[in-house]
Ligand binder design. Structure first.
Ligand code: FAD
Length: 238
């Protein structure tokens, strides 16, 4: 067996072992009560596998996308729901690829250990779904950072996340040279910011998804990930 095949076999066995403690009845109960599967997420976090894609130098497992997919496939194959946890694996990709070294050292070790949850991303808006360039949420420059105003919709896991990636316009679409320019990506610390209001949306399956209203949300300058106005080349979420 190759090293990769051996590793993936181990990952499958790990997930099978965890999932054995969370049978179908658990998932039915969680969905009926519309509650977040906190116990399952904690158990998974404890294994360190949600830090699979974080490089080892930042405390993660340094695995690849195929290995992470094996984890998610295993959860679903066991009758569970990977929806509540999958974004903890990949949302940090924007910080890893485009964040400063200081941002990486500040956030990635906590994300890898699960101490910090970054599993929410705010992209979609009521008037901007597939066409992301139509977003209307703005981030206006101030002396020490930005002030954000706008509205997002279908933003999942935000009630169970410490951090949220946010896409906002720093230049209005009409004033940008190209419609894909003038978009910026920010990492909001939801434990600190004020002016973020959540309204849960009821969906067929319990996705813990929400409308998010942003009213004069002050964020520091170092919340910007990558270059201002260049988020179309920065975002790694989908
Ligand atoms: C349960 C749930 C959870 C979600 N979680 C998040 C989240 O955490 N964060 C977040 O930012 N978003 C989230 N979303 C939003 C999701 O990413 C959007 O629904 C998606 O981007 C599509 O946008 P829309 O629903 O406005 O559909 P629309 O953009 O209105 O598209 C509707 C249909 O038209 C098609 N269509 C659109 N434009 C074209 C075109 N030019 N040519 C041909 N066909 C086209 C689309 O393929 C689609 O079939 C979530 C959605 C759901 C349902």
């Amino acid at each position: 067996m190759t090293d990769t095949a051996e590793l993936r076999k181990d990952l499958r066995e790990l997930i099978d072992r965890i999932c054995a403690d969370y049978p179908d009845a658990y998932w039915r109960e969680v969905d009926e009560a519309r509650r977040y599967p906190e116990e399952f997420v904690d158990a998974l976090t404890g294994t360190g596998c949600l830090g699979a894609l974080v490089p080892e130098e930042y405390g993660g497992l340094g695995l690849g996308l195929g290995d992470a997919s094996v984890l998610l496939e295993g959860i679903n194959a066991n009758g569970g729901n990977a929806g509540p946890v999958h974004a903890q694996l990949y949302t940090m990709g924007s910080v890893l690829r485009h964040g400063s070294e200081e941002q990486k050292r500040r956030y990635l070790p906590g994300i890898a250990s699960g101490q910090l949850r970054l599993q929410a991303f705010g992209v979609t808006e009521p008037t901007a779904g597939t066409d992301t360039t139509s977003i209307r949420t703005t981030a206006r420059r101030t002396d020490d950072g930005y002030v954000v105003n706008g509205q997002k919709v279908f933003i999942s896991r935000v009630q169970h996340s410490d951090l949220m990636l946010l896409l906002a316009r720093t230049t209005p679409r009409e004033e940008a040279a190209r419609k894909s320019e003038g978009l910026s990506l920010f990492l909001l610390d939801l434990r600190e910011v004020e002016g973020v209001e959540l309204r849960p949306l009821r969906t067929m399956v319990n996705h813990e998804t929400n409308e998010v209203f942003l009213s004069d949300v002050h964020i520091p300058a170092d919340a910007l990930i990558g270059e201002e106005g260049k988020a179309s080349a920065t975002s790694s979420t989908g």
